[in-house]
Design a binder for this molecule. Structure first.
Ligand code: PLP
Length: 476
């Protein structure tokens, strides 16, 4: 299928729901949304003449229309129509610092006056690598400009070190838009995904040659058997496996106990390497990401998003042995803007002054408050849903059963997510538009009033949705 989030994968519907009342509610909320944003509509029409699709990245094409943002301050963003939102979108998980954080502003302002780009290393880059090494337990680092670049270098490195071509990825994990990982990202059932016990390798987009897709073999999250089958079918063929240690692009799916540790030993027994893609989990899941939280050490860690404090930065950390291949030129990890002075100034401030142990204590408390309040709205109104969170990130999964892998995720009804997104948006809270795949990120600048606005909106949403449930009060 063409990678397109204008509709989320999995057209599942919940049994017993009053479909026409749900569609009616969605239509009503979409109209409120449009009425609040005439200037965004005008800008989108103008943008469509010069920007493909009227946006700067395809995932900004959202229903009912893209929202043009004017500015951000602290925990809030403001659209071009002057509407204020508590920003829980967080720029798809990059906004852990919130907006215009004083420490980031100061660091960037200082650096911008001293020059932004030299294509030579700086002291800030050394400090950033030292701090990442301390947090993520990987001794050696290189810097990139995005998550895509980080995972692309990681895949190249696994292939370079092992001399093998095949890689394994998890169905439903997104690792950026390079060929090797543009496979089985968000396939729909009618894309030829194969049985759950043997997922097929499905190109995630047009433009990905079959010859590339065939080099990426697909496993099921939380299922060691699916990995061991691939390894046995391809003796000495697999360079390594890339995965999100906590899946964060299919709602949030935690690894079951022991999965990650056993996965690492299984792959190592077959001479294959392991890369944790912590682009999204990274600083958002905790001080040292999922790597520190789970205590499982992979061979490579990829970072991006939050580490730049809102600027453009990515990083690859790896063992001494692997990075020796980079240091001695066997694998050349290159890029004009890698570790550029401006990004490194921001990343240093992020690591030293923003994502501090005290900030994580506060985020932990906020996560508990959100979990408790949303959980009690869910039980009070009998919603078929549960809350899943990890560090500063969280989501409501609209299903009563736990979601353990992508196939479970496909079975979740997407319409509740869209309605929830609209209700929050019209109530002054900006969540990521593709609520089935991703929901909130709380930043270090969010306060109690922000959390109240979010949880109050959820309570209103839950009360409304309960009327659509079998036996619920019908809407007028
Ligand atoms: C887990 C993961 N890896 C990699 C990427 C790609 O990062 P970028 O968009 O910075 O290229 C993303 C982006 O959403 C991601 O969520």
């Amino acid at each position: 299928m063409v990678l397109d989030r204008t509709t989320s994968p999995g057209g599942a519907t919940s049994p017993g729901i009053d479909d026409s009342a749900l569609d009616h509610l969605i239509g009503e909320q979409e109209q409120i949304f449009l009425d609040r944003q005439p200037r965004s509509r005008q800008l989108h029409a103008r943008a469509a003449k010069v920007l493909a699709g009227g946006v700067t990245s395809s995932w900004q094409i959202t229903r009912p229309q893209p929202v043009f943002i004017e500015r951000g301050a602290g925990s809030k963003i403001y659209d071009v129509d002057g509407n204020e939102y508590v920003d829980l979108h967080g720029g798809y998980g990059a906004g852990l610092a919130g907006h215009a954080h004083p420490a980031i502003v100061e660091a960037v302002a200082r650096q911008v006056r001293r020059g932004t780009h030299f294509a030579q290393p700086s002291e800030d880059a050394v400090v950033v690598a030292e701090l990442l090494a301390e947090r993520f337990g990987m001794p050696k680092w290189r810097l990139t400009n995005s998550g895509t670049e980080a995972t692309m270098d990681a895949v190249h490195l696994m292939r370079a070190v092992t001399g093998r071509d095949l890689i394994i990825k998890v169905e439903g994990c997104y690792h950026g838009h390079h060929d090797a990982v543009q496979v089985s990202v968000m396939p729909d059932e009618d894309d030829g995904i194969g049985p759950a016990s043997r997922p097929a390798s499905v190109p995630a987009s047009s433009g990905i040659p079959r010859a590339m897709t065939d080099l990426t073999l697909v496993a099921t999250f939380n299922d060691l058997g699916s990995v061991s089958r691939i390894l046995e079918e391809h003796p000495d063929g697999v360079a390594g496996m890339i995965l999100e240690p906590i899946m964060m692009n299919a709602g949030i799916i935690h690894p079951v106990d022991g999965y990650l540790a056993e996965l690492v030993s299984l792959l190592h027994r077959h001479g294959a390497l392991v890369c944790f893609d912590e682009v999204k989990t990274g600083l958002a899941a905790g001080y040292g990401g999922a790597t520190a939280a789970t205590g499982v050490r992979p061979d490579i860690v990829c970072l991006a998003k939050a580490i730049g404090g809102g600027l453009i930065a990515g990083a690859v950390g790896a063992t001494e042995e692997l990075m020796a291949h980079v240091a001695d030129g066997d694998y050349e990890m290159v890029g004009t803007f890698n570790g550029n002075a401006l990004s490194m100034a921001a990343a240093r401030a992020m690591l030293e002054e923003v994502a501090t142990p005290a900030a994580y204590e506060r985020l932990d408390r906020q996560r508990e408050v959100i979990g408790e309040r949303l959980g009690s709205s869910i039980s009070r109104h009998g919603l078929p849903a549960h809350v899943v969170s990890a560090g500063a990130k969280g989501c409501v999964t609209f299903s009563t059963s736990p979601v353990r892998n992508y196939r479970d995720f496909l079975a979740v009804d997407d319409r509740f997510n869209h309605l929830h997104w609209l209700v929050q948006h019209n109530g002054g809270v900006f969540l990521p538009p593709w609520g089935k795949t991703e929901q909130w990120l709380v930043s270090v600048q969010h306060d109690d009033a922000d959390i109240d606005r979010f949880t109050d909106n959820f309570e209103r949403f839950a009360a409304t949705v309960s009327s659509l449930l079998p036996g619920g009060n019908k809407l007028d």
